[in-house]
Design a protein around this ligand. Structure first.
Ligand code: THU
Length: 134
């Protein structure tokens, strides 16, 4: 299996653990760090809705908690062809914080079918970065 298919498979698997009783929109995410290691996260909702956590944020937090601070690829699995789970604005910004130049984001459905694949810089052009606008 190639590296991107492996990342999508990891996101598909963790999506099963999503806690999304309110939206019924489970999402799984997997990030690949610079050294090739993979970290996963799922959305975790809350009765007090603003307290919910996106899958991408959870995966990034898992990576950072191991001491790794550079990611090179992100897979997001959620929704279907009519409702692909394109990362929300907040998650695009969270990815940007740790993304190596050329970071690719792939969005797939629960069957691993790719709905979108492109550079993070396409999803978040002219980002605000740690050093100001980049
Ligand atoms: N969600 C994510 O996990 N990632 C995104 O990029 C967009 C939305 C979650 C939040 C909420 O639990 C559910 O999807 C519906 O919005």
């Amino acid at each position: 299996m190639d590296a991107m298919s492996e990342l999508i498979a990891a996101a598909c698997a963790v999506r099963e653990r999503a806690y999304a009783p309110y939206s019924r929109f489970p999402v799984g995410a997997a990030v690949r760090a610079e050294d090739g290691s993979v970290f996963v996260g799922c959305n975790v909702e809350n009765a007090a809705s603003p307290e919910g956590l996106c899958a991408e944020a959870a995966a990034i937090a898992a990576m950072v908690a191991t001491g790794r601070q550079k990611l090179i690829a992100v897979a997001v699995v959620g929704g279907d062809a009519t409702r692909p789970c394109l990362p929300c604005g907040g998650c695009r910004q969270k990815m940007q914080e740790f993304a190596a130049p050329g970071t690719v984001v792939v969005v797939a459905d629960g069957n691993g079918r790719i709905l979108y694949e492109g550079l993070l810089s396409r999803l978040l052009p002219m980002p605000f970065g740690p050093g100001g606008e980049q």
